[in-house]
Design a protein around this ligand. Structure first.
Ligand SMILES: [Zn+2]
Length: 286
C-alpha cells in the first residue's frame, strides 16, 4: 500500500480527523538509520505523530516533535510539514531488543521520566514551542494529553507501529480526531468509542484494511467527507548552506578551533548526509 494521509471533516463541521498509513515510510527511514527493531518502531511512532500534527498546519508551516527520556533509547525527533514531507531520528538506533516489539517496550526504552516538546514554525517571527512532562511514554497517549492540556483542544490520537523481531515493519499508521470550535464534545466521544471498539490501527492496516474503510467505520453514522488525500514521504531539508549557517552560531573560540584544524564536518542527524567545510569557508563566517 502506498503511504498517504486523509483529512476528514464531519458534515456538521464540528470535528476534523486525520488518518495516515506510514508503513513503507517507516521502513525507509529505519533503513537510512540502520535501525534495529525497537528503534524502527520508535521511528514509526515519531514519523506518524509528526505527520498527524503536520496535517493540521497551514501551507508552508512545519512542526517538530521531540520526545526525550532518561531511558536507553534517549530520544525521538520527528519533523513534518503541511505537505506530508517528514524525517526523523532516534538517539540510539541500534539499541538491542528481543522478540516482537510492543508499545510497552518502546515506552520502557524511552524511560520513566522525560518530556514531549512540540515546536511549530507557523511563519511568525517567533517559533511556537511547548514542553510537557511525559505522562506514559506511549506517544499517542502523550500527544492526546498534550493537545488537550497544552493546546486546550479536545482531541484523541492513536498511533501504532507493528514491527516483528526481525525488524520488518508489518504496519504503521495513526489517527487523530479533533473537535472544532463549532463542534460538540459528544461527537468526539462517540467516534472515539467506535475507535476503541475496533482492533488497534496497526492490526487493521496489517490485515489489509484501507484508511478509507477505517474512516468509514468511524464516521459513517454522522456523515463526513474526505477533504484531502495526500502522499506522505521522506524528505530531508538539509543543505550545505544551512549547515554552514549552523556553524555561524558557534562561539568565536569554538570557530577559531575549527579554523585551526583546517576543516569542519557537519553530519545531518536526519539523513546521514555529511557536509565538509574548508578553512576558507570557515574564515568567511568571521
Ligand atoms: Zn539531511
Amino acid at each position: 500500500m502506498k503511504n498517504y494521509l486523509l483529512r476528514i471533516l464531519t458534515d456538521d463541521g464540528g470535528l476534523r480527523g486525520v488518518i495516515a498509513v506510514t508503513s513503507a515510510l517507516t521502513s525507509e527511514v529505519a533503513s537510512r538509520h540502520r535501525a534495529f527493531p525497537l528503534a524502527t518502531a520508535a521511528l514509526g511512532y515519531g514519523l506518524t505523530g509528526a505527520l498527524l500534527l503536520g496535517a493540521l498546519l497551514k501551507v508552508q508551516q512545519h512542526v517538530v516533535l521531540k520526545v526525550t527520556g532518561d531511558g536507553p533509547l534517549g530520544k525521538i525527533v520527528a519533523e513534518s510539514d503541511s505537505y506530508g514531507h517528514c524525517r526523523a531520528y532516534v538517539g540510539e538506533p541500534q539499541l538491542p531488543s528481543y522478540g516482537a516489539i510492543t508499545p510497552e517496550l518502546v515506552a520502557e526504552a524511552l524511560g520513566n521520566s522525560g518530556f514531549l516538546t512540540v515546536v511549530k514554525d507557523i511563519g511568525l517571527a517567533e517559533l511556537y514551542q511547548s514542553t510537557v512532562p511525559l505522562q506514559t511514554g506511549f506517544l499517542d497517549a502523550d500527544l492526546t494529553w498534550y493537545l488537550n492540556q497544552s493546546e486546550q483542544t479536545a482531541s484523541v490520537v492513536e498511533i501504532d507501529a507493528l514491527v516483528d523481531a526481525g525488524g520488518t515493519v508489518l504496519a504503521a499508521g495513526g489517527l487523530l480526531l479533533q473537535t472544532l470550535p463549532a463542534g460538540s464534545l459528544q461527537t468526539l466521544i462517540q467516534i472515539s468509542e467506535r475507535l476503541d471498539d475496533l482492533p488497534p490501527i496497526g492490526k487493521l492496516l496489517a490485515d489489509g484494511q484501507t484508511p478509507e474503510a477505517i474512516v468509514d467505520a468511524l464516521f459513517a453514522p454522522i456523515g463526513y467527507s474526505i477533504t484531502e488525500k495526500r502522499p506522505v514521504e521522506f524528505r530531508c531539508g538539509c543543505s550545505a548552506q544551512r549547515s554552514l549557517a549552523a556553524l555561524a552560531l558557534l562561539e568565536r573560540d569554538e570557530l577559531d578551533e575549527l579554523i585551526a584544524s583546517e576543516s569542519a564536518q557537519v553530519d545531518c542527524h536526519f539523513c546521514g548526509q555529511q557536509y565538509t567545510f574548508s578553512r576558507a569557508e570557515l574564515e568567511g563566517l568571521l
